[in-house]
Design a protein around this ligand. Structure first.
Ligand SMILES: Nc1nc2c(c(=O)[nH]1)N[C@H]1C(S)=C(S)[C@@H](COP(=O)(O)OP(=O)(O)OC[C@H]3O[C@@H](n4cnc5c(=O)[nH]c(N)nc54)[C@H](O)[C@@H]3O)O[C@H]1N2
Ligand SMILES: Nc1nc2c(c(=O)[nH]1)N[C@H]1C(S)=C(S)[C@@H](COP(=O)(O)OP(=O)(O)OC[C@H]3O[C@@H](n4cnc5c(=O)[nH]c(N)nc54)[C@H](O)[C@@H]3O)O[C@H]1N2
Ligand code: SF4
Ligand SMILES: [Mo]
Length: 727
């Protein structure tokens, strides 16, 4: 029989550029992926991970039936048996201990599926007040969101650099040549940065390591976790030298004098001993940022996960504001979705999220809830500390917190002590292998999608949607279908579930199934370019996008500017600079600590062929006996008589790991870099990854409440004091 070959237009959802892809499907099976040349932005680019994803979809180690843990390992069970037992045990937990005994952790890939996010929101809401909700964001970006909440009144207003028009881009704590950009959806981001240089501009990379990005542009080395000091100095210079764009500032801000007083002590000379940045460089940069009409400072992971993540993110925006670059072409802009009444939507959303922040506190540590979520660093303690709201039933979808969250050992033990633990994943990982049930989910190519989360962060306003390119492999189901089934089984346990179930039944009778797609379709239709439900001819809807514009559609060549007011949620329509919490953080900066026993500082390092913890099982990405290694300054190593390639022991106040180390001059003295996402140890079912092994760097990071950033609940992942010894 002849094989039936199709080439389907779709896009990759491993990381944020969402590169266009062509999927080759033979008799219903995905056999190859290649970059889509007709995609208007990625234009024939895809990275090695994107191409290798065929090996994830068809991975022989993939979980494709529901699994139940028994004393002798996992056994396959039917969906009905699994979901029936889960619903029964969850009902018992709810009746005996209430909603506060239930937790959900959603990991990074969850953000790439609108339906996954929406269904969990419904589930958490329905379980009731007190439920513990965690995401990867407390290891990624909650400090950035918190800074936005303080400045603009809503965590959802996050500025991005106007990449395609800027003439001076300052990157702090970001390595887009490897990461492909984050909180910034810009396919071919490396090319876009080279464009800046080609048009006579500059790209400056502030980073403790001369990264793959820094090596291609200008590198400014900095001591880890001191960016806030450098930013304060940039502001000090702008005010002291009269460079501040007072006209722009006074349009949107009242408390400039407060700010000026706050930054006054931080001259470049005063901060240089801590930052390691030459005062002349800081002065030069301050002058250039203020004098260049199209300039933007952009910070990302490295500026979010230090001890002052909220302050640092806040200061990045304030530098952009004071330099006259906020909301300007080529500057730093909050472009939004271009919805009608965007300002009203933001006012409502901000008020709601600020209220949640004020009202909800985590049981352990008393941390406030950013976008409704608690610090994942405290998840294990919430499971093991007795008392009301102790977690007894835990759901984990699209996450591997045993490797991604500080102190995974503690979490492994805690998971084993629960009444019920359920994973929604397609791999048996270091985390899911501790769960009572592992429920097999579809990969991205087995579901329709519209990247809802990333719409406001597109460097070029763009929309693309896709249908599933292959049917679910084995018995895999989408997360929303699994959650929907559970909601149905729990209809009697919660008013919200009862109502959702009744609504589902009614809609089915009307012939239209109740799906999260309706919501995504609604957003596409009301946002810029949408058909406004028929009011705008030729406008977009989900189906029109996926069928008539399969390669995606650019909505306009440039981001919207001059729209800052829309993004502000405070009723007075002003940016609020003055906050006691910010003043307290600035005061704390002035009293540096010196950890004598741990003279080095640990930073992270993303790798082109890894995606956090979960792509180490794809043979294409593991070619050449790939393994994990750290990176250390050659002079530091010489002092300790450590040779290139030798095994070293790295210790922090919280743990010790052993790892081979590569020596380099391209890292600040006193800094050691170790990639995260390794430490596959055979508890998981992925054979290739287990062979590569590695070590879990998060054994060196802290899950103590005192080490969690106080304003945003961020885990402290960079600049952690460590010492190194020869093995
Ligand atoms: N290949 C690949 N791509 C990925 C991922 C992956 O695992 N692999 N992960 C994806 C995810 S989940 C995310 S969130 C994004 C992250 O995207 P990016 O933020 O671009 O990613 P990182 O490579 O972690 O870059 C952080 C940089 O900050 C530097 N740094 C560390 N500490 C400090 C500090 O205190 N100050 C300053 N100025 N710099 C510091 C590090 O040396 C590093 O170069 O990447 C995404 N893309
Ligand atoms: N030390 C240190 N720690 C870090 C970081 C760091 O830079 N340094 N980075 C942090 C950051 S930015 C992040 S985002 C986190 C990531 O942390 P996590 O999100 O907890 O972990 P991942 O390694 O991304 O694991 C993703 C899991 O989702 C599964 N998966 C993939 N696709 C899907 C899907 O479509 N549906 C479902 N249900 N499952 C899927 C994979 O099999 C895998 O098990 O790590 C954080 N931890
Ligand atoms: S850069 Fe990211 S989105 Fe693009 S192909 Fe690679 S993994 Fe996929
Ligand atoms: Mo992330």
């Amino acid at each position: 029989m002849a094989t039936h070959v199709e080439h389907k237009v779709t896009f990759c959802r491993i990381c944020e550029p969402l590169c266009g892809m062509i999927a080759t499907v033979e008799d219903g099976k995905l056999v190859a992926l290649r970059p889509d040349k007709e995609h208007p932005l990625s234009a024939g680019f895809a990275c090695q991970k994107g191409i290798a994803f065929t090996e994830v979809v068809n991975d022989p180690d993939r979980v494709t039936t529901p699994l139940r843990r028994t004393p002798d390992g996992f056994e396959p069970v039917s969906w009905d048996e699994a979901l029936g037992d889960i619903a029964g045990r969850l009902s018992a937990v709810l009746r005996d201990h209430g909603a506060g005994a239930v937790g959900w952790y959603m990991g990074n890939p969850g953000a790439f599926s609108y339906a996954h996010v929406l269904s969990i929101m419904a589930f958490i809401k329905g379980i009731g007040r007190g439920t513990h909700f965690y995401t990867a964001s407390s290891q990624d970006t909650n400090s950035r969101l918190m800074a936005s909440q303080l400045l603009y009144g809503t965590p959802t207003s996050v500025p991005i650099p106007d990449l395609t028009r800027t003439d001076l881009l300052v990157l702090m704590g970001a390595n887009p040549v490897v990461s492909h950009g984050s909180f910034l959806t810009a396919p071919r981001i490396k090319d876009r940065m080279h464009d800046i240089v080609k048009r006579g501009g500059r790209v400056v990379v502030v980073d403790p390591r001369k990264t793959e990005t820094a090596a291609q542009f200008e590198w400014c080395g900095i001591v880890p976790d001191t960016d806030a000091l450098m930013l304060l100095s940039l502001l000090q210079v702008m005010f002291a030298e009269g460079l501040a764009h007072s006209g722009d500032i006074r349009l949107v801000v009242d408390d400039v004098d407060w700010l000026r007083a706050q930054v006054a002590p931080f001259t470049p000379e005063a901060t240089a001993p801590q930052t390691g940045v030459d005062p002349d460089i800081v002065r030069g940069l301050a002058r250039d940022l203020a004098a260049t009409p199209r300039a933007a400072v952009y910070g990302r992971l490295g500026t979010c996960v230090g001890r002052y993540g909220t302050l640092t993110s806040y200061l990045i925006d304030v530098v952009n504001l004071v330099a006259g670059n906020l909301d300007k072409p080529g500057g730093s802009v909050i472009s939004g979705l271009g919805m009608p009444a965007q300002r009203l939507v933001n006012i409502g959303m901000g008020a709601l999220l600020r209220r949640t922040y004020r009202r909800r506190r985590s049981r352990i540590g008393g941390f406030r809830a950013i976008i409704g979520s608690e610090p994942a660093a405290l998840m294990a303690k919430e499971m093991t500390t007795p008392g009301p709201r102790q977690i007894r039933a835990m759901f984990i979808s699209a996450g591997n917190p045993v490797l991604s969250v500080p102190n995974g050992d503690e979490l492994e033990t805690a998971l084993d002590g629960l009444d019920l633990s359920v994973a929604l994943d397609f791999y048996l990982t270091e985390t899911t292998s501790h769960c009572d049930y592992v429920l097999p989910v579809t990969t991205m190519y087995e579901r329709d999608d519209f990247p809802l989360t990333f719409q406001p962060f597109q460097a070029t306003p763009f929309r693309q949607a896709t249908e599933a390119v292959v049917a679910p492999v084995g018995q895999a189901r989408q997360e929303w279908e699994i959650v929907g089934d559970l909601i149905g089984r729990l209809a009697g346990e919660s008013r919200v579930f009862g109502a959702l179930t009744a609504a589902g039944r009614a809609l089915r009778k009307l012939g239209s199934p109740f799906t999260p797609r309706m919501f995504a379709d609604g957003i596409i239709r009301v946002a810029a370019g949408g058909d406004r439900f028929g009011l705008r001819r030729g406008g977009l809807s989900f189906s029109r996008l996926s069928h008539d514009h399969a390669h995606g559609r650019v909505l306009s060549p440039n981001l919207r500017t001059g729209v800052l007011k829309e993004a502000i949620s405070y009723l007075d329509g002003r940016i609020h600079l003055q906050h006691d919490d910010i003043a307290a953080e600035i005061a704390a900066l002035r009293t540096p600590e010196h950890a004598q026993d741990y003279p080095l500082r640990l930073i992270g390092m993303r790798e082109p062929r890894s995606e956090n913890s979960w792509m180490h099982n794809a043979p294409l990405l593991m070619r050449g006996d790939r393994g994990q290694h750290g990176l250390m300054n050659a002079d530091d190593a010489a002092e300790l008589e450590i040779g290139d390639g030798s095994e070293i022991q790295v210790s922090s106040a919280y743990g010790t790991i052993t790892i081979p180390v590569t020596l380099t001059k391209d890292i600040m003295p006193g800094v050691i870099a170790v990639p995260h996402g390794w430490g596959h140890k055979g508890t998981g079912g992925w054979r290739v990854a287990n062979k590569a092994g590695g070590t879990n760097v998060n054994l060196l990071t802290s899950s103590e409440p005192g080490d969690v950033e106080s304003l945003s609940g961020m885990a402290w992942l960079t600049g952690v004091p460590v010492r190194v010894a020869k093995v």
